[in-house]
Design a protein around this ligand. Structure first.
Ligand code: SAM
Length: 348
């Protein structure tokens, strides 16, 4: 499936370089219908060329076409340019666009395949990641690239789905769900066959996200398969639920907000429910330095001059969770290239 998705992106890039303008989307749809390539990804790549990129591409195509057709580049003086008929120029542009577009398409398909084919140790997860990633073709190219790169590179998703840390249940709430990547994987897990019965399945999926634009991206990816609430989780009430995920969110909050959020979660979780928290580990060396720097910069770009963050070490988080009514049921240890820590918690 990764290969077909990469080919679809490559063919879409090729279509986007043809001087067909409004005819590109119907051409992409027709190619998808004939070849069976994923239509969403093919049309995404077709409509994602940028204006300045198109102008540059047109000039390169013109030169390449002239060189291919007449064995010489375009003359650079006005008189010499005029000595070539408009029909010849048009033919140069068309031939050049087909060839340059094919080169760009091939290169993009190869790079896309390299990033999508990075498999985990769980074949079931790789299938889910492929299908979940396709959902983001309904948005922009940047959203698609970010979503697919994160699905493939962040170990938290495979860990949550395939390492027996989350039991199936009625309702799951993902706090700070961002674009809804975890929810998209869980929505896909519902469609897996009985052979993958160990995957967690939930009847209702709910995401809470404070940033309006990001919440909208999650809605576009999930449609009616999940409810995305645009709200500040530290003040909004949560629905009764069987599982709560808080991945990479608590350190963005002040100590008072962390406490308020954990108490709200404790009130919403049904007896026997699970809270999974993933947090950075201040003793995580270079991995932690990267997490802290990236988050600080994001904070400062969002208007917080000091880029304040509230990290805690493992004993610090465990103390806070216990005070809020949760008991760790795993031995929290660092995982992945960034040395993050997963805490699996139950109400006591
Ligand atoms: C690093 S991202 C988390 C990514 C996501 N949990 C995942 O695993 O893919 C942190 C997200 O939490 C959101 N967030 C931060 N504070 C929040 C709050 N008080 N209420 C709801 N969302 C919040 C941010 O907008 C951001 O999208």
């Amino acid at each position: 499936m990764s290969a077909r998705r990469a080919i679809a992106i490559g063919v879409g890039v090729w279509c986007s370089s043809l001087p067909l303008f409004a005819l590109r989307p119907p051409l992409a749809e027709r190619i998808a219908r004939i070849t069976g390539l994923p239509a969403d990804e093919l049309t995404l790549a077709t409509r994602s060329s940028r204006a300045w990129g198109s102008v540059l591409q047109l000039l390169v195509a013109w030169q390449v076409g002239a060189w291919l057709r007449r064995g010489d580049g375009l003359p650079l003086t006005r008189d010499a340019l005029r000595s070539i008929s408009p029909g010849q120029h048009a033919a140069d542009i068309v031939v050049g666009a087909v060839v340059v577009g094919a080169g760009l398409g091939l290169l993009t398909a190869l790079l896309t395949w390299l990033s999508l084919s990075r498999g985990s140790e769980y074949p079931a997860f790789d299938r889910l990641a492929d299908r979940a990633g396709t959902r983001y073709a309904r948005g922009s190219m940047t959203t698609w690239q970010f979503a697919n790169a994160k699905l493939r590179s962040d170990p938290i998703y495979a860990q949550t789905l395939c390492e027996d840390v989350l039991a199936s249940g009625g309702t799951l709430v993902d706090i700070g769900c961002s674009q809804g990547l975890m929810l998209a994987l869980l929505a896909e897990a519902r469609c897996e066959t009985a052979a993958e019965a160990s995957l967690p399945r939930f009847e209702h999926l709910i995401g809470v996200e404070v940033r309006a634009a990001v919440a909208q991206q999650a809605r576009e990816a999930l449609g009616n398969e999940a409810t995305i609430l645009e709200a500040d989780a530290t003040t909004a009430p949560l629905p009764a639920c069987d599982a709560v995920l808080i991945f990479d969110v608590l350190h963005l909050l002040s100590p008072e907000q962390q406490w308020a959020l954990l108490k709200t979660v404790a009130a919403a979780l049904r007896p026997g429910g699970t809270l999974l928290v993933r947090e950075a580990n201040p003793h995580g060396g270079a991995g932690f330095a990267i997490v802290r720097t990236v988050n600080r910069l994001k904070r400062m770009m969002g208007g917080d001059r000091h880029g304040r963050l509230t990290f805690r070490d493992v004993p610090g988080w465990v103390r806070l969770f216990r005070d809020a009514g949760f008991e760790p049921v795993n031995d929290p240890d660092a995982h992945g290239p960034l040395n993050n820590v997963l805490y699996r918690l139950r109400l006591y």
